[in-house]
Design a protein around this ligand. Sequence first.
Ligand code: NAD
Length: 319
Amino acid sequence: MLLSSIRSLCYRGPSIASRAFSSSPLARTAEVKSLGVIGAGQMGLGIALVAAQKAQVPVTLIDTSQASLDKGLKFADKLLAKDVAKERLTQEAADAARGRITPSQKMEDLSGVDFVIEAVPEIEELKRRVFGQLAQIAPRHAILATNTSSISITKIAAATTADPTDLQAPARVVSTHFMNPVPVQKGVEIIAGLQTAPETVAAAVAFVRRMGKIPAVSADSPGFLANRILMPYINEAIICLETGVGAKEDIDSIMKNGTNVPMGPLTLADFIGLDTCLAIMNVLHQETGDSKYRPSGLLKRMVNAGWLGKKSGKGFYDY
Ligand SMILES: NC(=O)c1ccc[n+]([C@@H]2O[C@H](COP(=O)([O-])OP(=O)(O)OC[C@H]3O[C@@H](n4cnc5c(N)ncnc54)[C@H](O)[C@@H]3O)[C@@H](O)[C@H]2O)c1
């Protein structure tokens, strides 16, 4: 079922990129022996930690900010210590997982990895710049994955064409869209751009399975599946707050206790990050031109105020 979804979502025309890539040894994904993660924020850190623990591959974790790397690794230590305390993990396994993660501020340290997952902020220009660099640095067999929540994979893949001698780079770009928090959520959306080779999608599916995750395939459509459904729900909850339909506690309470989800939509928005929620709503609104996706005014004002949710200490609630 999943494989037929992959086939129907991937372009299967006679592209040079696709033909060249299909003979690559990476079609056999057991050969993914090392991972690079770009961005050590809440998503990148979680991806690095789960890959080190479950897929047991060495991970090079890149961030331009030393403070983010320090904060991320401190958080990894805390998560591992909690697992050891609860006897979900032995101390040896925790030490081994932590020892597989190497922090760095240099993209050049990705020159030997087999698979890269980018998790920098949801800004199209930034992601395009990172993929432009990555295509020049990563080995020519490496899968180049993005964790974008909403930006077109086709556009991100197109940013890898700076080197005219590397025709197959866009065919190696795919999305592995992990859910937050990565160590807890099982689902991962896999999205192919127009240029993505079917082998790249198969490699992504196989690798996230090695990480203990459950892949689901989506088309390269605004918001993909998860955020196309989730974000209008969160946005509507914020509009209900803004227009006085309910207090924040009541909005969260009725959705939590009435639809059997672990937290209400405003708490969830705080956990995701209000900047990320706004960025996704903007993509849905701009790409579809449909006013039903217009971001709430309150969401915009909160982001302008720097109230980004849990990560900034203040959102709909205080942290
Ligand atoms: N937060 C969520 O719930 C969630 C869920 C799924 C997907 N995503 C997506 O994952 C991505 C990352 O989101 P996040 O919540 O982890 O963001 P975040 O703000 O917590 O972390 C981003 C990190 O990227 C670093 N960074 C910025 N520019 C960089 C560069 N050029 N090179 C290397 N590192 C750089 C920052 O220093 C920061 O540490 C976004 O695309 C987001 O849409 C987020």
